[in-house]
Design a protein around this ligand. Structure first.
Ligand code: NAD
Ligand code: USQ
Length: 402
């Protein structure tokens, strides 16, 4: 299959591109390398040494004998070039990872809020209009987020896959309707994903575009069977306060002797998925597209839910780390329940990788191997959700660090 991977230089997009190439698909990446540029802006880098894009692609050709194409293009601003690429390549499937994806970065300041909205909303809308304008009948798989549902809104009710059945009172009695699950974003970034959902619903209804929206949980882990084949293929590992996600951060913090940075009580429960399952889920979604005229297919792409404090305690116990309970820089519920339906992926053959299966070892090993590259001044989360909120810096100064 001819597959276009938008955002294919990123943490999820790179291993997905290699996986699909390895499985025989003809892969072309589009990326404007904005994520690498944000590293420069934040004066931080991936814990793992990621190579320049051309070197990565060359290494893949050497180890696999397969070519992956690369086009440097900004989806949010280069609409005409996007139209040309779609017309020339005529992809059968498009996977859309190309958005600013960090919630803390999106709350950092006014510039970052505006950039996140401008970049994400325009990128998605440009793609949808370009598909209509070119008549390219590719199925579109978008990486959305569990965060569109919010946390704790429906108490202990399981989160359904995208749609909720509701009863609407009418003068003639109640009627049943299926609606998009109410959106309850917790950051400007998450808000852009809820806007994406509406655009998808409209273009599926109006133009018959074939769209799958994957509501993905927090991705953890680093390597896949493909990225591990050569050090030049290594995946990125974000650990800083803006881009690092919680489980990888805890692993890295334990590896360098930094206290585990639990926000608030640690009673937040979140959905997780390992990067190896991310790439498998995406192939499943790409090979099972909806039909023209179908509503947007929504699948919850996660394998397990954990309370953050349980994760912190498990890592602290096995790696001998301390736990620091820090003022929460975010506006979020201190505690929530979370039960998530993921029946569709299980029915389509996903065999979930779970925390208990030794993959923590891989995370520990990667974090320990590259710990000398860590800048400890970048670990504490500094982006606060509202001006005046307390940050953790003073508190952490009193705690032992590496
Ligand atoms: P990432 O930042 O590592 O990768 C995103 C890639 O898109 C980067 O390489 C970036 O340069 C590129 N990009 C951004 N804007 C672009 C534009 N306008 N034009 C062209 N390229 C652009 O992020 P990631 O962790 O790989 O996440 C990928 C997608 O998956 C995101 O949409 C994110 O919302 C979603 N997601 C990620 C996670 C996670 O835990 N990492 C969880 C759920 C959902
Ligand atoms: N947290 C800590 N300590 C830390 C870092 C985070 O306690 O050092 C807490 C946060 O306060 C939050 C939870 O851990 O309660 C998750 O934070 P995160 O940074 O791991 O994840 P999040 O901001 O939700 O975003 C990540 C990805 C995003 C994706 C989302 C999936 O960056 O792209 O959409 O996970 S989900 O959370 O399911 O919406």
């Amino acid at each position: 299959m001819r597959v276009l991977v938008l955002g294919g230089d990123g943490f999820c997009g790179w291993p997905t591109s290699l996986y699909l190439s390895d499985r025989g698909h003809d892969v072309t990446i589009i990326d404007n390398l904005s994520r690498r540029k944000i590293d420069v802006e934040l004066e931080v880098g991936s814990l793992t040494p990621i190579r320049p894009t051309s070197e990565r692609l060359h290494a893949w050709r050497e180890v696999s004998g397969r070519d992956i194409g690369f086009i440097s293009l900004d989806l949010a601003t280069e609409y005409d070039r996007l139209v040309t690429v779609l017309t020339e390549l005529r992809p059968e499937a498009i996977i859309h990872f190309a958005e600013q994806r960090a919630a803390p970065y999106s709350m950092r300041n006014t510039h970052a809020k505006r950039y996140t909205v401008d970049n994400n909303v325009r990128a998605t809308h440009n793609l949808l209009t370009a598909l209509v304008a070119t008549g390219v009948d590719a199925s579109l798989v978008h990486l959305g987020t569990m965060g569109v549902y919010g946390y704790g809104w429906s108490g202990s009710a399981p989160i359904p896959e995208g749609y909720l059945t509701v009863k609407v009172p009418t003068p003639d009695g109640e009627i049943e309707r299926e609606i998009l699950h109410p959106a309850n974003p917790g950051s400007v970034y998450h808000m852009t994903k809820t806007l994406d959902q509406l655009m998808f619903a409209f273009y599926a209804k109006n133009d018959g575009l074939r769209i799958t929206d994957l509501h993905q949980g927090i991705v953890w882990g680093t390597q896949t069977d493909q990225t591990i084949r050569d050090e030049r293929l290594i995946n990125r590992f974000d650990y800083d306060g803006d881009y690092g996600t919680v489980l990888n951060r805890f692993l890295m913090q334990a590896a360098i002797g930094h206290p585990l940075t639990v926000h608030g009580t640690g009673g937040q429960t979140r959905a997780f998925i390992h990067i190896r399952d991310t790439v498998r889920c995406i192939e499943i979604a790409v090979t099972n597209p909806p039909e023209n005229g179908d509503r947007v297919r929504v699948l919850n792409q996660m394998t397990e839910c954990h309370r953050l404090l349980d994760l912190a305690k498990m890592i602290a116990d096995t790696m001998g780390a301390e736990i620091a309970y820090l003022p929460n820089p975010r506006r979020e519920a201190e505690e929530n329940e979370l039960i998530v339906r993921n029946d569709q992926f299980l029915a389509l053959g996903l065999n979930p990788t779970t925390l208990s299966e030794g993959l923590l070892e891989e995370g520990k090993e990667v974090a320990a191997r590259y710990k000398d590259r860590a800048d400890v001044t970048k670990i504490v989360a500094r982006s606060v959700w509202r001006a005046g909120m307390e940050t953790s810096e003073d508190l952490l100064k009193e705690l032992p660090a590496s």
